[in-house]
Write a protein that binds this ligand. Structure first.
Ligand code: 6U4
Ligand code: NA
Ligand code: NA
Length: 158
């Protein structure tokens, strides 16, 4: 049986740029990604998404301004965990991104997204996100550097 764990992942957009953070510690260390983390028992998924964004790069968003753009699932060969990742995006935010203990933020133009220093799945689904599509993706990993199989489905609504 798979044990589901719920995570958030937030992408801030500005004109033709997207904000990524270089993760300095923990899961996904030394990779660029959106901002996010575990959903705590006392909060909604949107509250968790806004909280993690604030903690990790000091930007403020209203939870209601976050648009749910994707649902990603990650499983790992031989492991009982399913990572259930809810992906959000907005261009409505307050503040200037600041480096924290967890993340070093940086704006990237779409053509400069550093896929070679990101999770392997990102280059498979970023094109959907950058084109403004909604989608579901499931990725089955062996370890952290090999995808055994995956599927991505575009969705009409989330
Ligand atoms: P703590 O324990 O506070 O450091 P927390 O910030 O709660 O952790 P974290 O950073 O471990 O959680 O959450 C993992 C983050 O990585 C979430 O935003 C989801 C994201 N993530 C996990 N696997 C991913 C993958 N294969 N591709 C991807 N993002 C992934 O693009
Ligand atoms: Na995190
Ligand atoms: Na965090």
């Amino acid at each position: 049986m798979l044990v589901k764990k719920l995570f958030t992942l937030v992408f801030i957009r500005k004109e033709d740029q997207i904000l990524l953070g270089f993760k300095k510690r923990g899961f996904g260390m030394n990779k660029w990604n959106g901002f996010g983390g575990k959903v705590e028992p006392n909060e909604t998924i949107l509250e968790a998404a806004a909280r993690e964004l604030k903690e990790e790069c000091c930007l403020t968003v209203k939870p209601g301004d976050l648009k749910n753009i994707a649902h990603l699932e990650f499983t790992f060969e031989g492991e009982p965990t399913l990572m259930d990742v809810r992906v959000f995006s907005t261009s409505i935010f307050e503040g200037t991104p600041k480096e924290t203990e967890e993340m070093r933020p940086k704006w990237f133009r779409h053509e400069d997204v550093p896929f070679e220093d990101m999770w392997l799945d990102d280059k498979l689904w970023f094109p959907y996100m950058l084109q403004g599509k909604k989608f579901f993706g499931h990725f089955h990993y062996e370890g952290f550097d090999k995808i055994l199989n995956y599927k991505i489905e575009e969705l009409d609504s989330m």
